[in-house]
Design a protein. Structure first.
Length: 276
């Protein structure tokens, strides 16, 4: 099974992990809907929906760049409609867009709180709801529909909350969507899973956080390859999982994880959050 001719609606695909997943799918000849906000280049955060489209098409796919605010219902519904007009439907939704603020309660302004919940929780829920009719149609057509959300396994340990309560709640809200939607959509034959990295991933956004040693990170391609394995799995049997990138790759026979290291030979990576 591959992704040739499949249509993926990927949020936040203008750069980083979302773009890496898009380019991996593009190698099969997939159609990619880039649902992201950035249309003008930012020197601190390179990548726009238009530069992403060019990279996706260079990798072998077809790209549709749609400026989208996933917090806004009208914006998301319009993006879905454009996707359907361009490609005839949607087979895969990747909820990748996310906002982060690793701040304590006194240091988290409500504007930042609202942004994280708007993008992470509302955005994930809204995009899933908006794409659902297309995913149901994809299932009826035997096209193996998937929802994949970039969010962590759920854990009620205080350790994961105490230093950034708002961010943890917002990411876990995404994971709760996976938990609930996997059960809700199972009768339709739609897979719903989450994927999360064991280590910090070298992205432009991460480089904006002071003190992060990028040399001790892995590349976004590890998540792209792990996502590919999930999205090419049988949707009727591979659902309701919280996958960790390197564990999944290892289980599928990928033994050379060093290829994903920013610095080959690295043994001590910066661990990501939420993985016990």
């Amino acid at each position: 099974m591959n992704l040739n001719g499949k249509t993926l609606f990927i949020t936040g695909a203008s750069r980083g992990i979302g773009l890496a997943i898009a380019k991996r799918a593009a190698r099969d000849g997939a159609n990619i809907v880039i649902a992201a906000k950035t249309t003008e280049a930012n020197p601190k955060l390179p990548g726009t929906i238009h530069t992403a489209a060019a990279e996706i098409e260079a990798a072998g796919g077809k790209a549709l760049a749609v400026q989208t605010d996933i917090r806004d219902e009208a914006s998301v519904l319009a993006a879905v409609e454009q996707a359907v007009q361009a490609f005839g439907g949607i087979d895969i939704l990747v909820n990748n867009a996310s906002a982060i603020s690793l701040t304590s309660t006194p240091d988290t302004p409500m504007k930042r709180f609202d942004l994280m919940f708007g993008v992470n929780v509302r955005g994930t829920y809204l995009c899933t709801q908006a794409c659902l009719p297309q995913l149901i149609a994809s299932a009826k057509a035997g096209r193996n529909p998937h929802v994949l959300t970039m969010s962590p396994p759920l854990s009620m340990k205080p350790h994961w909350f105490q230093n950034h309560v708002a961010y943890t709640m917002a990411k876990y809200g995404m994971s709760e969507c996976t938990l609930g939607h996997a059960a809700e959509f199972k009768p339709h034959g739609i897979a719903v899973n989450s994927l999360w990295p064991r280590t910090a991933i070298a992205t432009a956004a991460l480089q904006m956080i002071p003190g992060v040693d990028i040399a001790r990170c892995r590349k976004p391609e590890i998540l792209a390859d792990a996502a590919y394995l999930i999205l090419t799995s049988d949707a009727t049997t591979t659902t309701g999982n919280f996958f960790i990138d390197d564990t999944l790759l290892g289980e599928r026979g990928v033994t050379d994880l060093d290829q994903y290291s920013v610095t080959p030979g690295t043994k001590q990576f910066i661990p990501d959050f939420f993985v016990d």
